[in-house]
Design a protein around this ligand. Structure first.
Ligand code: AP5
Length: 216
């Protein structure tokens, strides 16, 4: 969990490698649908471009399909889901049907000014999806990816007015999910203003505690 630009994708990617688990990132899946030009993609594009959420039933179905496949049997990471209390309830039901449950919820905390700085400076490789930042992590050659030389672009929803809208949506729709997991005693908070390596170390330490709690 965490606001736009908190570093969810950055940390989820590291955990995916650490634990060799499937990583289901709803934002990335939706952008893939938009790229493919499917009917679902067309509807999703309107929501993404506005900074609004895609309807709960559509996103939940997308996750349900992933969680019923063998790739999730040994566990999984969710990045960007659940984003509403309706989605959190649906996730519980999907997992309960399989005799499973979520064991750990990590909330990466970052203030709005930092979100705006990170997202308005983010440039993404059209091919690999790798992110750069104009000030904090600039590419060696302007507008070209260091990894494969492909073009770097600004994500449509990283424009300042859309970032502000995403922050508003986050406060209204997603913060109640944070409280939901907090009330269940499952939420652990991490300071997302630290260097990515430090955030990663803290997330790892928290996960170790939660796995231990589960075992006892
Ligand atoms: P999504 O793609 O999930 O966007 P988001 O939550 O707004 O998250 P971002 O990808 O912008 O940021 P992040 O937290 O992953 O940070 P990142 O690691 O990239 O969703 C997009 C849209 O899809 C939504 O607006 C919605 O429309 C729709 N959607 C998705 N899920 C949905 C759902 N469940 N229901 C309904 N609709 C849904 O890092 C950001 C930048 O900061 C990068 O440049 C990175 O290099 C840098 N950075 C990362 N960590 C640090 C650090 N510690 N210090 C400094 N810089 C850092």
């Amino acid at each position: 969990m965490g606001p736009p630009g908190a570093g969810k994708g950055t940390q989820a990617h590291r955990l995916e490698q650490d634990f060799d688990l499937s990583n289901f990132a709803t934002g990335g899946m939706l952008r893939e649908e938009v790229k493919n030009g499917s009917e679902f993609g067309k509807l999703a594009k309107e929501c993404l471009d506005r900074g609004d959420l895609v309807p709960d039933d559509l996103v939940t179905e997308m996750i349900r399909m992933r969680l019923t496949k063998p790739e999730s049997t040994d566990g999984f990471i969710l990045d960007g889901f659940p984003r509403t209390v309706v989605q959190a309830d649906a996730l519980n039901e999907i997992l309960a049907d399989q005799g499973r449950a979520i064991t750990a919820v990590i909330d990466i905390e970052v203030p709005d000014e930092e979100v705006i700085r990170r997202l308005t400076g983010r440039r993404v490789c059209v091919k690999s999806g790798h992110s750069f930042h104009t000030e904090m992590d600039p590419p060696k050659h302007e507008d070209r990816c260091d990894l494969d030389g492909s073009r770097l672009v600004t994500r449509e929803d990283d424009r300042i007015e859309t970032v502000r809208r995403r922050l508003k949506t986050y406060r209204e729709k997603t913060q109640p999910v944070i409280s939901y997991y907090e009330d269940l005693g499952m939420l652990r908070k991490v300071d997302g203003l630290q260097e990515p390596e430090t955030v990663h170390a803290h997330v790892r330490a928290l996960i170790a505690t939660m796995r231990y709690e589960e075992a006892v």
